[in-house]
Design a protein around this ligand. Structure first.
Ligand code: CDP
Length: 223
């Protein structure tokens, strides 16, 4: 079957991961969560007592990722729920400014997707990792809504934080991700921007599936 790549980018709490997983399921495509890779690498480098400004080349050489039907393994170990903590999110964002980290993960992500049929979510998929993706989506939502969503998610996990505390975490991450010089968070020029503030996950998933199917039919008809 022909390669099909769908990039879904957006800030924390925009609904990317839930939406991307459901789109992949509905269209019978593979799903790659690049944020999970940055989180796992952040935890790994931190556990080696390294910080983002250190020379990371040797540590990065030791890192190998393996992808199998949606599951990711770092050096043979399957990524677990621990990567979903706020601390892991901060470590991911801190190490994600380092050019060698980005270079390494970009190369691995491209290799995983090569020739395949994938929905890939992240921050720089449409702009840097897969500039030739057939469909590029950029999800946004108001700041308050994104904080509310993250708060709800944390509450389900039994993490007790106030609205203000979560707002501060998201504000800092937005700022760091948008202002970094390499691969900052921004929509690709040819991305379709969808504001999800007043939309349900199902509505957004349907909207994206419709866009993909239209694009594919169009390609088949050469229109
Ligand atoms: O789930 P959430 O949107 O909060 O974050 P994530 O997608 O798991 O990504 C965690 C962090 O990894 C982000 O804040 C980015 O700093 C970094 N990241 C990146 O730089 N490039 C990507 N393609 C994906 C994540």
């Amino acid at each position: 079957m022909k390669e099909l790549l769908i990039a879904i980018d957006g800030p924390a709490g925009s609904g990317k991961s839930s939406v991307a997983q459901l789109v992949a399921k509905k269209l019978k495509l593979n799903y790659l969560d690049t944020g999970a890779m940055y989180r796992a690498v952040g935890i790994y480098l931190h556990s080696k007592n390294l910080s983002p400004s250190d020379d990371l080349s040797k540590a990065l050489d030791e890192i190998e990722f393996f992808y199998n039907s949606g599951d990711l393994y770092l050096n043979g170990e399957k990524l677990k729920e621990q990567i979903r903590t706020a601390q892991a999110g901060k470590l991911a964002s801190d190490f994600a400014v380092n050019p060698l980290v980005r270079l390494k993960l970009t190369e691995i992500q491209r290799n995983i997707c090569k020739g395949g049929r994938f929905v890939v979510d992240g921050r720089d998929i449409g702009t840097v990792v897969l500039p030739n993706a057939q469909v590029k989506i950029f999800l946004t939502a108001s700041f308050e809504e994104r904080v509310r969503r993250r708060l709800k998610e944390l509450c389900h996990k039994g993490v007790d934080l106030t609205f203000e505390e979560v707002a501060e975490q998201i504000r800092l991450r937005d700022e760091q991700d948008s202002k970094r010089s390499l691969a900052p968070l921004r929509p690709a020029e040819d991305a379709i921007v969808i504001d999800t503030t007043d939309k349900s996950i199902e509505e957004v998933v349907q909207e994206i599936c419709d866009i993909v199917l239209r694009r594919m039919n169009c390609e088949n008809d050469r229109c």
